[in-house]
Design a protein around this ligand. Structure first.
Ligand SMILES: NC(=O)c1ccc[n+]([C@@H]2O[C@H](COP(=O)([O-])OP(=O)(O)OC[C@H]3O[C@@H](n4cnc5c(N)ncnc54)[C@H](O)[C@@H]3O)[C@@H](O)[C@H]2O)c1
Length: 293
């Protein structure tokens, strides 16, 4: 019932956009990737090439396959280059105004049948769909980080999303070898509704002096069997993204239990966004990460 996706456009070449491009091209799809910042686009392509090289060195991908996958990825400067796509996935910064502006300039250049998706971690799919000219062909396709490693993809339907769009998205995720789950369109969906308040609580624990960065991360790794400590994970996700998700939860559910920790706000205001800026709860500028508090 769904349509087969062969050409995928990606807007935003940060950690998520580049990861999505990497897995799509490896699955045989043609990929067109855009970023408003040429340096971020170049970095994104570089991290895709490193990703393929890592897979080849581990014996998880043939060298010839990695070369063909790389050749299927085209960098584009303007949204006009996305016109031939069957599906365009927006993976830009977690900010509603940014995403709305993207959809406003994107839709006029697309063919009428092109599906549009957002990789938002938290923002209402129905509200974002309303910024497009095709709410029935709009859907949330929420990949997890790092995309090449994580098995899950959350699919979120907006109020107007048609069955065909949902089925096409499900088929697309299957083609990538990943598992789709369905979430209702509520703030932060399933994974981040549960995960981000836990991370925010870890930051409160640090803020109130209950433990140091190292104690909190070690406690959750060894005491709750988490593969990564919550502060390490926050740095990995990006503190700007964490704050944005907490704000969506706080405003969307109108419950004070989702209040973003003031220390998280302070780190974001300092531009300490985690790994991507080389400083967050840890400092990544040396050989080994060092706690910043
Ligand atoms: N980081 C995570 O763990 C994670 C996990 C799942 C989903 N997400 C979601 O994926 C999206 C991207 O997150 P990220 O971690 O890759 O962020 P990032 O900061 O690494 O990358 C965002 C990219 O978007 C680009 N961008 C911003 N405005 C743009 C525009 N108008 N046109 C084109 N490009 C634009 C930026 O230049 C940047 O390169 C967000 O919606 C985020 O919530 C993130």
């Amino acid at each position: 019932m769904g349509i087969e996706i062969k050409r995928v456009g990606i807007i935003g070449a940060g950690q998520m956009g580049s990861g999505i491009a990497q897995v799509c091209a490896a699955a045989g799809l043609d990929v067109f990737i855009n970023d408003r910042d040429p340096a971020r686009l170049a970095n994104g392509i570089d991290s895709i090439e490193k990703g393929y090289a890592r897979l080849v060195s581990k014996g998880a991908m043939e060298e010839t396959d990695s070369r063909s996958a790389r050749e299927r990825i085209t960098s584009i400067d303007t949204f006009a280059g996305l016109a031939p796509c069957d599906l365009v996935i927006e993976a830009a910064t977690e900010n509603e105004a940014t995403k709305r502006d993207i959809f406003t300039s994107l839709c006029p250049v697309l063919g009428p049948d092109t599906m549009v998706a957002t990789n938002t971690s938290s923002i209402s799919i129905t509200r974002l769909a309303a910024a497009t000219d095709r709410p029935e062909r709009f859907i949330g396709i929420h990949f997890m980080n790092p995309v090449p490693v994580m098995q899950l993809v959350e699919l979120i339907r907006g109020i107007a999303t048609e069955d065909q769009t949902y089925e096409s998205a499900k088929g697309f995720i299957g083609k990538l070898g990943k598992t789709a789950t369905m979430s209702e369109d509520f703030p932060a969906f399933i994974v981040n509704r549960i995960l981000l308040p836990m991370i925010n609580e870890a930051i409160y624990t640090l803020y109130e002096g209950v433990g140091s960065v190292e104690s909190i991360d070690t406690a959750m790794k060894l005491g709750a069997n988490h593969p990564m400590g919550p502060l390490q994970l926050a740095d990995f996700i990006g503190l700007d993204t964490c704050l944005s998700v907490m704000q969506v939860l706080y405003e969307g559910l109108a419950d004070s239990k989702y209040r973003p920790c003031p220390l998280l706000v302070k780190y974001v205001e300092a531009g300490w966004l985690g790994r991507k800026t080389k400083r967050g709860f840890y400092d990544y500028r040396g050989v080994n990460p060092v706690p910043t508090r």
